[in-house]
Design a protein around this ligand. Structure first.
Ligand SMILES: C[S@@+](CC[C@H](N)C(=O)[O-])C[C@H]1O[C@@H](n2cnc3c(N)ncnc32)[C@H](O)[C@@H]1O
Length: 388
């Protein structure tokens, strides 16, 4: 066991040294957790060397925790992680992040945050402490909180007065991170609570009807997620979902849609139809980079209307060092999250590469090349296939 831990430490040390070397080379400090997030195109995190080294660093740190922590404690924490989702949603929906941005670095007592949000400070204090315990917000002195790097990533950037005045527009025109977390910790989280009921109910266990997905069970509805989102009572959720797709695009390297397929090769005025294109997140990136292409975004009428308000201007990754998991474990959890989320929303799934190969072969196509969106093969790979 000790040698196992030492092997992990060795990987951790190596990857931290690579980060330090890059910081020294560029004369930039690695951002600290205590300071709010500052978007900066020259950020050290965006350099390829740091992006690459941060993946094994994260994977090793999580794996070390899994090795060192008492198993009962580790699994208990995993089983109770729903409190993190619930608390994060509460903080976002009460505008705590924006209230603390306006309060500045000295922070604000929880009674004053709660007063601005019109919630009970005794209840709210526990939510904030739970989040701060997980490094989201910092507790400067007892019950006095300030934003830190992790909480401020959920900042819509809007004045609190505006959020209180126009709550339905909270996420409109934002970078989508708060919207994405809001969506995940609300309808996705509630749907996830019904996975076992869906999995074991003999009536639904072996079907794949999107109308009876775990999420539809959670909301006592049978019309499917898209029609459910169109209900007037879901106006905030529908608007939030569109913006959340922009948040998803910020989780992956911005240019991943541009990789793989040679868009430049298309003749002038070629038309690309973006089916289920949402508010145009991918199409906008594409036409900005390739002015000779025109995109038609096809989606539900209400989503298209929302989109009009927005400014439209290789399959095998290298194996990580032992003893890290082949898929980088928790450092690479997002594709597995998305897959379960597809189950919860639609009784669906995210396709693996093997599924896509089978689908293409079945339709008479042969896979030629995969272009992963990032260095660990994550995020919407671009796939080149030709008629077999
Ligand atoms: C997961 S979102 C993807 C959005 C977009 N491709 C992106 O990456 O930002 C799926 C989209 O499919 C749309 N959609 C669902 N059912 C549809 C239908 N029957 N016709 C057109 N669009 C539909 C939804 O409104 C939603 O915007």
């Amino acid at each position: 066991m000790a040698s196992h831990m030492r092997a992990l430490l060795h990987v951790l040390q190596g990857s931290i040294e690579r980060i330090e070397k890059e910081c020294q080379r560029s004369g930039v400090e690695f951002p600290v957790l205590d300071e709010p997030y500052m978007p900066d195109s020259k950020s050290i995190r965006l350099t390829p060397a740091v992006q690459e080294a941060s993946i094994p660093t994260t994977a090793t740190a999580y794996q070390l925790i899994a090795v060192v922590q008492r198993p009962q404690m580790h699994v208990f924490n995993a089983g109770c992680s729903y409190y993190l989702s619930a608390s994060l949603r509460a903080a976002i929906e009460t505008n705590a992040v924006e209230i603390l941005r306006e309060a500045g670095p000295k922070g604000l007592h929880v009674t004053k945050i709660a007063a601005q949000s019109n919630v009970d400070h005794m209840k709210f204090s526990r939510i904030m402490r739970f989040l701060a315990t997980h490094h989201i917000f910092k507790e400067i002195s007892p019950d006095v909180y300030a934003n830190n790097r992790l909480s401020s990533i959920c900042d819509t950037g809007k004045p609190v007065a505006e959020l209180l005045d126009r709550p339905l527009e909270k996420y409109d025109g934002t970078n989508g991170i708060a919207a994405l977390i809001g969506h995940c910790t609300d309808e996705d989280y509630k749907g996830a609570g019904y996975i076992t009921e869906h999995l074991t109910n003999p009536e639904m266990a072996f079907e794949d009807s999107p109308e009876r997905s775990p999420m539809m069970q959670a909301f006592g509805c049978d019309v499917g997620v898209w029609n459910w989102l169109e209900k007037p009572s879901n106006q905030l959720r529908l608007q939030r979902f569109g913006v959340a797709m922009d948040g998803v695009s910020r989780m992956r390297p911005q240019d991943s849609i541009l990789k793989g397929f040679d868009w430049g090769y298309l003749p002038n005025d070629s038309i690309v139809v973006d089916v289920g294109g949402g508010i145009g997140v991918s199409s906008i990136t594409l036409v900005k980079a390739h002015r000779h292409i025109r995109c038609i975004i096809q989606d539900m009428p209400s989503v298209v209307a929302q989109g009009k308000k927005v400014d439209i201007p290789g399959a095998n990754s290298p194996a990580p060092p032992a003893p890290l998991l082949a898929n980088m474990g928790t450092a690479n959890a997002s594709p597995y999250f998305t897959d379960l989320s597809m189950y919860v929303h639609f009784t669906g799934q995210d396709r693996t590469l093997a599924h896509i190969v089978g689908l293409l072969n079945g339709a008479g196509w042969a896979m030629e090349r995969v272009h992963p969106g990032d260095s660990i093969g994550n995020y919407l790979p671009q796939i080149i296939a030709t008629p077999a």
